[in-house]
Design a protein around this ligand. Structure first.
Ligand code: ADP
Length: 244
C-alpha cells in the first residue's frame, strides 16, 4: 500500500518591518527654506549606512525626522513599522525611547556621575528595576571595551572613551536603530577610527546603524552610502541610484 504524506506548508511569517521607511518626506522651515525635498529612504534591519553630504544639505534635518525629534511637513515616516503621524507626542517619545539610540558629536554625558550611571541613564524610561539597569549597563560597557572604567566620571575619560560610553548608553536597551551624528567629529583620527571600528563591530552583532557625516573618508568605509544634496537623495549605493 502506498501512503503519501503531505507536509503542511510552513506558516507564512511576514518579513520584519523595515527599521526606517520614509516616503516623499519634505520639511520646510519658517521662512520657506525647504530643507528636505522629497526623500524616499528604506533602511532594512541589520544595515550600516552613512548619510553623507556637505554642510547645509539637510543631514541634521533628516536625522531629526528619522529620529522622531521633529515631524515632517509632508510625507510619511515609519519606524519599526509604526507610522509616526498616527501617534501623539507622548507616544512618539515612548517609541523613540524604545526603538532609537542616539550618539552625538559632543557626547552629551551627564557630568559628575560615573560611566556606569551614565549608561544606565539610557534605560531610565524602560521601567526596569535599578539593579537590572545597572547590570545591563555594565554589560554594555564591557561590550565597548570599558569594563575597567565603570566608575570613571566623564572628565576622567579621554574623548574616545567618552564616545564609547555614549555608544554604550545608546545600545544598552538594544534599540532597532542607532543614529550617530558626526560621532568622530570631536576626536583625533586614531580615536575616531576606533569609534568607527566599534560601530562596525556592533553592526556585525546585529545593530542597525546610520552614521551622519560630512567626512567622505568615513562614509567610503561603510557598506551603504546615501548622499544628500539640497534636501534630496543624490545617490544611494543600495539602490544604485546615481547622482543626476
Ligand atoms: P546639514 O546638517 O547638512 O548641515 P541642515 O539640515 O542643518 O543641513 O540644514 C538644511 C537647510 O535648512 C539649510 O539651508 C539650513 O539653513 C536650513 N535650516 C536648518 N534648520 C533650520 C531652522 N530651524 N530654521 C530655518 N532653516 C533651517
Amino acid at each position: 500500500m502506498i501512503t503519501t504524506t503531505t507536509t503542511p506548508p510552513p506558516a507564512a511569517t511576514p518579513p520584519p518591518p523595515a527599521v526606517v521607511r520614509l516616503r516623499e518626506v519634505t520639511k520646510e522651515y519658517a521662512g520657506g527654506v525647504r530643507a528636505l525635498d522629497g526623500i524616499d529612504l528604506h533602511v532594512g534591519r541589520g544595515q550600516l549606512l552613512g548619510i553623507v553630504g556637505p554642510s547645509g544639505s539637510g543631514k541634521s534635518t533628516l536625522l531629526h525626522v528619522v529620529g522622531t525629534l521633529d515631524r515632517p511637513t509632508t510625507g510619511t515616516v515609519e519606524i519599526a513599522g509604526h507610522d509616526v503621524a498616527a501617534l501623539a507626542d507622548r507616544e512618539v517619545s515612548a517609541l523613540r525611547a524604545r526603538h532609537i539610540g542616539f550618539v552625538f558629536q559632543a557626547f552629551h554625558l551627564v557630568p559628575g556621575i560615573g560611566a556606569l550611571e551614565n549608561v544606565a541613564e539610557g534605560l531610565l524610561y524602560s521601567g526596569l528595576p535599578r539593579a537590572l539597569r545597572r547590570r545591563m549597563a555594565a554589560d554594555a560597557l564591557t561590550r565597548v571595551g570599558l569594563a575597567d572604567r565603570m566608575k570613571h566620571r566623564p572628565h576622567e575619560l579621554s574623548g574616545g572613551q567618552k564616545q564609547r560610553v555614549a555608544i554604550a548608553r545608546a545600545v544598552v536597551g538594544d534599540p532597532d536603530l542607532l543614529l550617530a551624528d558626526e560621532p568622530t567629529g570631536a576626536l583625533d583620527s586614531k580615536s575616531g577610527q576606533a569609534v568607527m571600528d566599534l560601530l562596525h563591530e556592533l553592526n556585525a552583532q546585529g545593530t542597525t546603524i546610520a552614521v551622519i557625516t560630512h567626512d567622505t573618508q568615513i562614509a567610503e568605509r561603510l557598506p551603504r552610502q546615501v548622499r544628500i544634496r539640497d534636501g534630496r537623495i543624490a545617490a544611494d549605493t543600495a539602490t544604485g541610484k546615481a547622482a543626476a
